[in-house]
Design a protein around this ligand. Structure first.
Ligand code: TYD
Length: 141
């Protein structure tokens, strides 16, 4: 399965470290929205959705969490625990984020503004959606 982990350059010396992200450079799209999650309880599973067109880069800037990626054919679990590492998520990737450490801060860079109609929140709808796309028809039902 294609996992797109991104390694960001660390600018630092013995005073500390800085990571800079620019659209179309470290981030492969125009960034229209940033949001972040923290104080997530350890037994919580976030996400459980895919998108019709939204792309994301997610970065665990503090602490750690796991993300299960599912492209409809296979799935893989990725651990995010480094502030200089990101994970690119294409639109049609089902994602479930869980096992947040108490100090986890998960930052998301998104290619679109928040739009509920872009979400696919039902797993069966997700499978139907990607099947229709492969058939050359990317209209959602
Ligand atoms: P939700 O998408 O349900 O989070 P998750 O699927 O990761 O558990 O979002 C939680 C709440 O935050 C929901 O009320 C919608 C709101 N929200 C915004 O207002 N703007 C945003 O950019 C996002 C991602 C969520």
């Amino acid at each position: 399965m294609d996992i797109h982990k991104l390694k960001f350059q660390m600018h630092g010396d013995n005073t500390g470290t800085l990571v800079a992200l620019e659209e179309f450079k470290e981030v492969p799209f125009q960034v229209k929205r940033v949001y972040y999650m923290y104080d997530t309880k350890n037994d919580v599973v976030r996400g459980r959705h895919a998108h019709k067109s939204l792309e994301q880069v997610i970065i665990c800037v503090h602490g750690s969490c796991k993300i299960k990626l599912d492209d409809g054919r296979e799935s893989e679990i990725v651990t995010l625990d480094k502030p200089n590492e990101g994970l690119y998520l294409s639109n049609t990737m089902w994602r479930e984020v869980y096992d947040f450490s108490p100090d986890a801060v998960l930052m998301v860079l998104a290619s679109e503004l928040y739009q509920e109609s872009d979400y696919i929140r039902d797993y069966k709808d997700f499978l139907d959606y990607i099947k229709n796309q492969k058939g050359g028809n990317d209209e959602a039902t």
